[in-house]
Ligand binder design. Sequence first.
Ligand code: EPZ
Length: 416
Amino acid sequence: MPSFVVSGQKRLSGKVSVGGSKNSALPIMAASLLAQGCSTIYDVPALLDIQNMTDLLTCLGASVEKSGSGFSICCQKPLCDISSYETVSRLRASVLVMGPLLARCGRVKISMPGGCQIGSRPVDLHIKGMQALGAKITQGHGFIEARCKSLTGTKIYLDFPSVGATENLMMAASLAKGQTIIENAAVEPEIVDLANYINLMGGKIVGAGTGTIRITGVTELNGQTHTVIPDRIEAGTYAAAAAITRGRIQIDNVVPDHLKPITSKLREVGIAVTEGDSHIIVDASDKQKATDIKTLPYPGFPTDMQAPYSSLMSIAEGTSMVIETIFENRFLHMPELVRMGAHVKIEGRTAVIEGTKKLSGAKVKATDLRAGAALVIAALAAEGDTEIGEIEHIDRGYSEMDRKLTALGADIVRKD
Ligand code: EPZ
């Protein structure tokens, strides 16, 4: 099993450029199923999750060709069935093909996604919304099947501003008859990126990025060219990596506005962050004050940055509280940090981290992609060597992390 070996206490410096957003590219690739003809999507990151989505679209009858930094996706006539649990459990975002397939061919059958390390990951809000649009849903033997003669626009209130449910329903409603209003919709930048792509294809979506999204259904959508927004979580991860080493780096290809929940928190800790049009400079001083966070839907502090931030707090001055409100089991990195000398107490969804002088290298393992990134960040500051196992989790969400960190002065080696 591949692992990373990190020799810590090297201050990071220099420049790193982040890639396109994984969590924008995945729904946009799914949305390409809505279109007659071909779409070309640029700045799709080279990740395991993207490869899994590519395989899924191919088995659905789409043709997916990589061309430079882009993917050309053509789907004349999608099949409407993903039977394998193996496909869906390998990529939870597979559920995002439900909306497009239901809208395009009136039927979709997918294996229940099942849970993952960070939580049970229910899809009840997706199902409720599709039923509201007129789909008949049957569940059994581990499958969800949705059928409809046609979809009719309606008003949908989401009990929780679910990113995936907002994306699935926005895609389904794009080809429904009449207008759909999604209330209490997710407002993440990835929702806006998806809406922009669908509108480019001829869709009629207004209000994406606000809690109320209005979609007027059209009869067909046509393939288009689109460039995915930069990955705000990858950018935040490298900012935390620089901060824990007391380094100074420039992070290129970002949308500073999308990073506000992260950069404002880093400034509270005592880290200087300056913004350009499409870059930020993170300049970490020695004094870093323990600062509480509570993860919330955007524009709150993102749950995907909770683990990387927890690593930073493990050697900050003072005690911080980390409250995880989005997923029920997203502290799996904490016991691994404790093995490296962190002082953490967990009570339910709250972790109390008492900053310590230093961390020491140890053998640890990644449990999910953000937890894996958190362990790399801790290893960068730890005394001695740290070996992080099961890094396939990291490869799911971070492209060439070892190469990028090495270019910033880290001593990190991939061991196959
Ligand atoms: C997306 O997951 C992201 N994944 C996640 O990133 C991210 O953590 C999450 O949004 C929150 O920002 C992709 O975009 C591919 P949700 P998603 O639906 O859509 C509950 C990463 O590390 N919920 O907003 O699955 C759910 O249980 C990944 O890159 C329901 O109860 O997130 C969770 O508690 C991890 N019923 C909360 O909502 C539903 O039908 C947030 O889920 C759907 C969700």
